[in-house]
Design a protein around this ligand. Structure first.
Ligand code: C5P
Length: 233
């Protein structure tokens, strides 16, 4: 898969996401991210419905449990035929290996599997105070990325600002999927370490995940096309 813009469809119901996706009548169907909010509200059928409309899907459920449970859950998700799914690297290398095993179908095919390193909502202070991890945050992110690579995963979710370092450590083919994207001069909201789509492209992100700059725009299709023009074209 080449570079693409993934639209974070953070809506709380099926009708809300369908009326949003109905606006996109052009040739290019947006790659859609389904997160916990929508999935827990609507269940697995929301994935089938959006897939049936012709969209690629990143199912962002961030699994984190004992290896056996994650393996079995991944086997279920694998039947939904999504393109990318994910888990927390903090679940350990053994959990990530089990996840990959569960995700792989009898014919050897599977969705791409990527790991969340440290959430962008976690900062150095909360990591030290709450998690008792005293290493520098960027070192933790790189260590978790290396663990994901060692477990055989396809990439990580990280800040666009970390994408270059992750590629240097784990190889150019190891995917970097990066939220925290804002247009120049746009409202950054609760995101902290942001780049524009053009900067993310320059740094080497493989996929940008963009939510509110598109979903809350006056003209979401124009905002999506602007992202594509800056990041992909
Ligand atoms: O609206 P916005 O562009 O900030 O949306 C970013 C999306 O990426 C949200 O769905 C958020 O949950 C997700 N995300 C993130 N930071 C991470 C992992 C996921 O912002 N580290």
């Amino acid at each position: 898969m080449g570079k693409d813009v993934i639209v974070a469809c953070d809506f709380s119901s099926g009708p809300a996401v369908y009326s949003f996706l109905d606006k996109f009548q052009g040739e290019r169907k947006p790659f859609v991210k389904i997160g916990m909010e929508l999935y827990y509200a609507e269940g697995p059928d929301i994935v089938r419905q959006i897939k049936a409309r012709g969209h690629k899907i990143f199912l962002d459920l961030k699994l984190h449990d004992i290896p056996n449970t994650v393996k079995k859950a991944m086997a279920v998700l694998s039947g939904l035929d999504v393109d990318i799914c994910n888990l927390h690297a903090a679940g350990t290398v053994a959990m990530m290996e089990a996840a990959l095993e569960g995700l792989t179908r009898p014919d050897g095919t599977r969705p791409l599997l990527i790991a969340v390193t440290q959430l962008t909502s976690t900062d150095q202070q909360s990591m030290e105070r709450d998690l008792l991890i005293r290493e520098p945050l960027d070192r933790v992110v790189m260590h978790y990325a290396a663990n994901a690579k060692r477990a055989g995963l396809d990439g990580v979710v990280c800040s666009p600002l970390e994408a270059e370092k992750v590629h240097a450590l784990c190889g150019r083919d190891f995917l970097t999927v990066t939220p925290g994207v804002r247009f120049a001069g746009g409202d950054i909201g609760d995101q902290r370490r942001v780049t524009t789509p053009a900067q993310a492209k320059h740094i080497g992100s493989d996929y940008i995940v963009v939510g509110r700059p598109i979903t809350a725009a006056e003209d979401p299709v124009a905002a999506y096309e602007r992202c594509v023009a800056e990041f992909v074209d």
